[in-house]
Design a protein around this ligand. Structure first.
Ligand SMILES: *[C@@H]1O[C@H](CO)[C@@H](O)[C@H](O)[C@H]1NC(C)=O
Ligand SMILES: *[C@@H]1O[C@H](CO)[C@@H](O)[C@H](O)[C@H]1NC(C)=O
Ligand SMILES: *[C@@H]1O[C@H](CO)[C@@H](O)[C@H](O)[C@H]1NC(C)=O
Ligand SMILES: *[C@@H]1O[C@H](CO)[C@@H](O)[C@H](O)[C@H]1NC(C)=O
Ligand SMILES: *[C@@H]1O[C@H](CO)[C@@H](O)[C@H](O)[C@H]1NC(C)=O
Ligand SMILES: *[C@@H]1O[C@H](CO)[C@@H](O)[C@H](O)[C@H]1NC(C)=O
Ligand SMILES: *[C@@H]1O[C@H](CO)[C@@H](O)[C@H](O)[C@H]1NC(C)=O
Ligand SMILES: *[C@@H]1O[C@H](CO)[C@@H](O)[C@H](O)[C@H]1NC(C)=O
Ligand SMILES: *[C@@H]1O[C@H](CO)[C@@H](O)[C@H](O)[C@H]1NC(C)=O
Ligand SMILES: *[C@@H]1O[C@H](CO)[C@@H](O)[C@H](O)[C@H]1NC(C)=O
Ligand SMILES: *[C@@H]1O[C@H](CO)[C@@H](O)[C@H](O)[C@H]1NC(C)=O
Ligand SMILES: *[C@@H]1O[C@H](CO)[C@@H](O)[C@H](O)[C@H]1NC(C)=O
Length: 524
């Protein structure tokens, strides 16, 4: 036992404290790079019951959300993000044409993060025009199965068509994670995947407009193969010809949900989020689904995703390390071809990129994950021809991506994912001399083969430590609510460092533990 423990300790220490990483960065686009990444790649999903908190209404638009979304769009050529308004609560929504209040959330019997059910009136739809820019996917109620369910659906669709400008209404979604329908008790236990597909198409047919203009986002599966006594629910087999799911060709984009872990799995910052191996390993499911759907001519997206399912975990999803995770996660998925990621948000969710309102003395606030989004947006940039390549460093602790514009290297992201906190050092092993832990360790990344570039600028995504929830900056800029309601504010004296090749094609940069670096390359 004892000697095994020592061997394990020694090999971990080596990988944790690797202080130099050498990587080859191709100056022209390698064949392993993605197709051009859509400029709305980084989109969001907002829990239906909380949409009004995020966007406000006609008389009280939420300027903070407006500012945060505008910041990100600006880096991506002002292309609108797509906000999917849905999630678990969308299947508990009833539309009342005579309701004066825009939305009433009923928390009875539900002490947790979400109301038990929600009712909406016609003024609910003001929230779709109270902030500028984004397009929408409207999440309709699938579960409702009483005598009123069709009127309910038709009411939701009619109001959406009347009140959301056509150019901002991207798609409709009928139901959230209904592969879970039989297990969750919303349908009898003998409910099958075929029943689901039949009911889905029935609903689509009944709400379709006379000129057949409605298009859909589906199947919005939570899971990766649920076997009940009676059926098998699978995002792989739902497309089998047996089911003829897309019989009308109205399904425009595929939506699959995904989280890298769940609260019940006891996720940790270093073990789960700040861990490139964990990101890659968990991504194999989505690689498979992306390949299946792309081969079938379908557009594959993650319609609802974030770090830890169950609205996130304290100390993991809501701290600076989660910002570095957002960068690693989104860029990895972009690199293998996922067309869009909708990072899920809800009021007071642990993984929320921002808290849109003040509630119980908390918020509004810009939260750590938002800073990850700023780095992703800057890395993708504003060209419609950006291709992303994952440079595999075969390490839990280091990750790198290259972005090519028009086939030529434009930017590189380097992530040093070693968890570091000012009071305790790298927590993964906690094995170094405490006096060394007091200094933030650095890793020197040396990039070779970058022939033909005369210099690069380095912008940092950084914070006092991996557990920080405040004092986070991207390129020396803060987007905190307290400073300018989410608009960018330059804080401190940080300027982008300029690095020049040591010899033709070789660039070196030192990146602190728990820090991300964005390098922009210039020829002259
Ligand atoms: C990276 O290259 C430098 C210079 O060639 C060398 O000193 C260093 O050991 C290399 N590091 C690794 C991790 O291979
Ligand atoms: C695109 O980004 C580049 C580099 O940041 C900038 O110089 C250029 O003005 C931007 N173009 C548009 C159309 O936003
Ligand atoms: C499924 O269960 C319901 C009752 O829960 C029953 O009415 C129905 O006949 C069953 N269907 C089949 C195919 O067994
Ligand atoms: C789910 O089932 C399908 C069909 O049998 C199979 O191709 C796929 O690999 C399975 N995926 C997982 C994650 O088990
Ligand atoms: C679905 O397709 C897979 C792969 O072609 C096949 O293995 C499976 O038997 C099919 N299932 C159904 C229910 O048609
Ligand atoms: C990824 O994480 C999810 C959530 O915990 C889990 O359901 C799934 O099986 C994981 N996939 C892999 C390939 O580890
Ligand atoms: C990183 O994740 C992998 C895969 O889940 C795991 O085997 C490894 O132990 C993790 N590394 C750390 C430092 O926790
Ligand atoms: C450091 O790791 C220990 C043991 O895994 C854990 O209990 C502790 O919460 C961690 N501390 C920080 C600051 O992350
Ligand atoms: C980590 O190191 C500190 C300082 O040496 C020590 O007080 C603490 O007990 C260690 N924690 C663990 C989980 O080993
Ligand atoms: C890492 O680099 C920073 C900035 O140059 C420096 O302040 C710090 O002392 C370095 N850490 C170590 C362990 O040398
Ligand atoms: C955050 O920055 C402020 C002002 O620069 C400073 O007073 C405060 O101590 C910092 N907080 C942390 C946690 O580093
Ligand atoms: C760098 O190397 C490339 C390819 O070998 C060569 O074309 C170029 O002239 C070199 N540049 C300098 C400044 O030496």
């Amino acid at each position: 036992m004892k000697s095994n423990a020592i061997i394990l300790y020694a090999s971990m220490a080596t990988s944790v404290f690797a202080s130099s990483v050498n990587l080859t960065v191709n100056p022209s686009v390698p064949s392993s790079a993605s197709l051009p990444v859509p400029l709305d790649f980084q989109s969001f999903s907002i829990e239906f019951a909380f949409f009004a908190d995020f966007s406000g209404n006609k008389s009280h638009p939420n300027k903070f959300s407006n500012n945060l979304l505008a910041n990100l769009r600006k880096f991506n050529g002002d292309v609108p993000q797509i906000l999917r308004i849905g999630g678990n609560t969308q299947d508990h929504v009833t539309y009342y044409p005579n309701q004066k209040e825009s939305i009433i959330n009923n928390w009875a019997g539900n002490g947790g993060d979400q109301p038990a059910n929600t009712s909406i009136g016609p003024t609910f739809w003001e929230s779709f025009t109270s902030i500028d820019g984004p397009k929408y996917i409207f999440g309709l109620n699938f579960y409702k199965n009483d005598s009123y369910y069709l009127d309910n659906l038709k009411g939701e669709v009619q109001q959406s068509l009347e009140q959301i400008p056509a150019e901002r209404l991207h798609l409709f979604e009928i139901g959230n994670e209904n592969d879970y329908g039989a297990l969750s008790g919303f349908r009898p236990p003998n409910w099958t995947q075929e029943d689901w597909v039949t009911e889905w198409n029935n609903r689509a047919e009944h709400i379709q407009t006379a000129n057949q203009s409605l298009r859909f986002f589906a199947p919005s599966t939570c899971c990766y193969n649920i076997t009940t006594k009676w059926s098998f629910f699978s995002p792989w087999t739902i497309w089998n010809s047996t089911f003829n799911y897309n019989r009308h060709k109205w399904i425009h984009e595929v939506s699959q949900h995904g989280y890298i872990s769940g609260t019940g799995n006891h996720p940790t910052l270093q073990g789960t989020l700040m861990n490139h191996t964990s990101v890659v390993k968990n991504g194999t499911i989505h690689q498979s689904l992306n390949a299946l759907n792309t081969a079938g001519g379908r557009y594959y997206t993650l319609g609802e995703t974030n770090s830890i399912s169950g609205q996130g975990a304290w100390g993991v999803s809501n701290v600076f390390g989660a910002a570095l995770f957002i960068v690693d996660y989104e860029l990895y998925y972009a690199s293998f071809g996922v067309r869009r990621m909708h990072m899920h948000q809800g009021t007071a969710y642990r993984y929320g990129a921002w808290m849109p309102i003040s509630q119980n003395g908390v918020g509004p606030s810009t939260n750590p994950p938002y800073y990850g989004h700023t780095m992703v947006s800057k890395f993708i940039g504003n060209s419609t021809k950006t291709q992303i390549n994952n440079i595999d460093l075969k390490s839990d602790f280091h990750s790198a991506y290259a972005a090519y514009e028009d086939g030529e290297l434009a930017r590189v992201v380097l992530l040093n994912l070693q968890e570091w906190n000012p009071s305790g050092g790298v927590n993964a092993t906690n094995a170094t001399d405490p006096s060394v832990q007091a200094l933030r360790p650095n890793t020197t990344f040396t990039l070779d083969s970058v022939i033909g570039y005369s210099y690069a600028t380095v912008e940092l995504l950084t914070a006092p430590g991996a557990l920080s929830t405040k004092n986070i900056t991207m390129a020396g800029v803060s987007y905190d609510y307290e400073l300018a309601e989410g608009k960018p504010v330059k804080v401190g004296n940080e300027v982008a460092e300029v690095i020049r090749p040591q010899k033709n094609g070789t660039f070196s940069v030192s990146v602190g533990a728990s820090t991300g670096a964005l390098l922009k390359f210039y020829k002259a």
